[in-house]
Design a protein around this ligand. Structure first.
Ligand SMILES: NC(=O)c1ccc[n+]([C@@H]2O[C@H](COP(=O)([O-])OP(=O)(O)OC[C@H]3O[C@@H](n4cnc5c(N)ncnc54)[C@H](O)[C@@H]3O)[C@@H](O)[C@H]2O)c1
Length: 315
């Protein structure tokens, strides 16, 4: 019996869009790439799409809407930029397609699949946060499951080479959207996010540092176990996701408080988690784990939405 397919379109033929297209094509899941849409006729992503037999257009979202088979498309991934996504959403919101936003536009609710996908399975527009958010929000959520996180701060370092013009245009949106998701999805009471584009050559692997401040003492073994279980769940869809060293705990007592400029003295525990993401090299080489963590999260989300839409089942 022929497997039911769930046609999807990708807008944005740059680093993220091209990596995503290759992942969808290589996946044994229900998604089928119905179209690859860009605005740069000379882009490598559109050329690859055509060479792989995928319908391609360089006329932007208008080109997608004008395609005779647009009515078959069930879901559109947007991998352009936050500003472009706002315009695309205005045009797509009155159609029947679901939209998965891979930019940090933050129009729809945030989705970090291992933490809250089931809460938003029917959202018309779902925001996939950022690469840093997909890497670090699960860790903050894991710590918060074991001990109340009063503050979370993350630093994501990615290679300059893996950040296309769309990423560079969205640095402010990255910090704001990631920091908000650390609270709304991760559960932290306050948060901050920092991104570093590292120009080193050869390029560096994507690395992330997560600091969580936990009031008072906490059960170290419970925090470690919660983080280990979460890492395990993320590696099911991003195999190159791993801790680079054991979880670190530092206690600040009344005799040696931590001074925080915005809030003053902190007495409690600082949990530090360091992780890296090695990419699957579907498009860029393995250093670009920042592509994988986003495109793998988006693929896993879309496959779950497809299963839900086609059968109406819940996990
Ligand atoms: N590179 C990363 O590590 C990464 C990770 C997660 C999320 N993101 C986000 O993904 C988005 C894309 O990042 P990128 O690094 O792939 O950038 P990129 O510049 O390589 O890709 C963006 C592509 O979108 C195309 N485009 C721009 N406006 C368009 C429009 N109106 N219609 C159709 N196509 C349009 C551009 O021509 C380009 O090909 C950004 O919002 C970024 O913040 C990037």
């Amino acid at each position: 019996m022929r497997k039911e397919r769930f046609p999807v379109a990708i807008i944005g033929s740059g680093n993220i869009g091209t990596d995503l297209m290759l992942k969808v094509l290589r996946s044994a899941g229900p998604l089928a790439v119905a179209a690859m849409i860009g605005i740069d006729p000379g882009s490598d992503g559109l050329a690859r799409a055509k060479s792989l037999g995928v319908r391609a257009s360089s006329d932007g979202v208008d080109g997608l809407l004008a395609m005779p088979h647009f009515d078959d498309v069930r879901l559109v991934f947007d991998a352009t930029s936050a500003g472009a996504h706002a315009r695309h959403w205005n045009l797509l919101r009155d159609t029947d397609v679901r939209v998965l936003d891979l930019t940090p536009a933050a129009i729809g609710p945030f989705c970090v699949p291992v933490v809250n996908l089931e809460d938003h399975i029917d959202a018309a527009n779902l925001n996939m946060v950022t690469c840093g958010g997909q890497a670090t929000v699960p860790i903050v959520a894991a710590v918060n499951d074991a001990a109340l996180v009063s503050y979370a701060e993350i630093v994501s370092s990615i290679s300059s080479k893996s950040a296309g013009p769309g990423t560079r245009a969205n640095i402010d949106e990255f910090t704001e959207t990631t920091a908000t998701a650390l609270k709304t999805v991760g559960g932290a009471q306050r948060s901050k996010a920092v991104i570093i584009l590292n120009p080193a050559d050869p390029p560096i692997l994507m690395r992330n540092t997560v600091y969580c401040l936990v009031e008072g003492d906490c059960d170290h073994a419970a925090v470690e176990a919660s983080i280990a279980a979460m890492v395990d769940r993320v590696t099911r869809y991003v195999p190159g996701y791993r801790l680079t060293r054991p979880v670190q705990f530092e206690t600040f007592g009344p005799d040696r408080p931590l001074h925080i400029p915005e809030t003053g003295k902190f007495i409690g525990t600082r949990v530090t988690v360091m992780l890296q993401v090695t990419g699957a090299a579907d498009y860029l080489p393995p250093y670009a784990g920042n592509l994988d963590i986003m495109t793998s999260a988006a693929l896993a989300t879309a496959e779950r939405i497809a299963a839900h839409s086609m059968t109406g089942v819940s996990l």
